[in-house]
Structure formats: structure tokens, C-alpha cells
Design a protein. Structure first.
Length: 203
């Protein structure tokens, strides 16, 4: 009886360690418009909704980025936007904010991409604005999905509309700051892109 009493808490502790807590910062919805989308017309609006931590500072910033690539994993465009938390709403008792990235359908060489399906990786970062520069506080899991690019002929046959984009989220747990106050990012540098910029959108 004594042995069972001693081992039970250890088993519960092991289960607690295996169950990762929900990330405090995560992407909960992505929409694109217009659909269908063809380069050479209006840009694709990639609208990303981010669920934020409950405790926020009025000087915090949110940065949302997306890396667009072809199926061979070759990256063709990186989009990023950083802004203040000025349009936070409450849904299901959770603060949320929506931001929009614009893609003109061009690659890194500023040429229109051909018709096809492209992959994307979207990510959000909560940042603190301190002493003239931005410091990463929390990084969300990646949200991965695909974007369809149509030909001008397809665009002429179909009426444009907004569409929710299915995506898969890497919710293994949030990436938190390490002991040095840095947070790893997709470049591996540990520093946020375009630090100190209140708002940035790359077409």
C-alpha cells in the first residue's frame, strides 16, 4: 500500500510533463482574397488572426510574417508587417488581433509567379518596444498551408471572393525567451527582423 501511494504522484507528474500547455500566442485563422488570384491584378490579401496572451502592455507590438515557397521548398517571397496593438478585440474571453499581408504575386526577382500551388509558413511575434528598439517576448507556432495562383484566363471566368485557408499549426508549445533574453527565429539569429520599426509591410 505504501509503495502504491509513493508511485502514484510520480506517474501524475510524468503525465503533466507530457501534456504541453496551450501556446499563449497562436494563429487561429487565415483568409485570402481575392479567390481566384492571378498576378498582374490586385494583390492577394493574406489576413491573419492572432490570439494574444491575456496580459499585454500598451507598448507591445505584434509582428506577423509569412514565407511563401514552391513545393521544392525554395523560398520565393518573404512578407512581414509589424504594428501596435491598436485593434485588439475579445472573442471567447481571449484577446485577438487581425493583420493583413499583401502579396503582389511576384517572386524575389520581382517577376510574376506562374499558375500553381504555393506553400506558406506564417508566424506571429509579440514584441516589447523598449528604449527605441523592439525585443521579442513570445513567438507563436508556425501555421502552414497552401495558396493557389490562377491564370488570367481563370480569373476572367470566375467571380473573386474571400476564402478561409486551411492550415496546420505547430502547437508543440511556445518558443519563449532564453536566459539571455533572446528568442530564436526563422533566420537563426535570435534577433527580430526590422527591429525598431513600428509598422512594416513588404509587397
Amino acid at each position: 500500500m505504501l509503495l502504491a501511494f509513493v508511485l502514484a504522484p510520480a506517474g501524475l507528474d510524468a503525465k503533466r510533463k507530457r501534456r504541453a500547455p496551450p501556446p499563449p500566442l497562436k494563429i487561429v485563422d487565415i483568409t485570402t482574397s481575392p479567390v481566384p488570384f492571378a498576378p498582374g491584378h490586385e494583390p492577394m490579401a493574406i489576413t491573419v488572426t492572432v490570439e494574444l496572451p491575456e496580459k499585454l502592455d500598451k507598448f507591445d507590438l505584434i509582428e506577423v510574417s509569412s514565407l511563401i515557397s514552391v513545393p521544392t521548398r525554395r523560398s520565393i517571397r518573404f512578407l512581414v508587417r509589424r504594428q501596435i496593438l491598436d485593434t485588439v478585440i475579445i472573442k471567447d474571453d481571449k484577446p485577438r488581433m487581425t493583420t493583413t499581408l499583401l502579396w503582389d504575386g511576384k517572386d524575389q526577382t520581382r517577376k510574376h509567379v506562374p499558375q500553381g500551388t504555393y506553400s506558406y509558413e506564417a508566424r506571429a511575434k509579440l514584441m516589447a518596444h523598449e528604449e527605441g528598439f523592439a525585443k521579442v517576448k513570445i513567438v507563436s507556432p508556425f501555421a502552414r498551408g497552401t495558396l493557389d495562383v490562377s491564370s488570367p484566363q481563370t480569373l476572367a471566368r470566375q467571380a473573386p471572393h474571400l476564402e478561409h485557408v486551411p492550415f496546420v499549426s505547430d502547437e508543440a508549445g511556445p518558443d519563449l525567451l532564453n536566459e539571455e533574453g533572446e528568442c530564436p527565429d526563422e533566420t537563426g539569429s535570435g534577433q527580430p527582423e526590422n527591429a525598431g520599426t513600428a509598422e512594416k509591410s513588404e509587397l
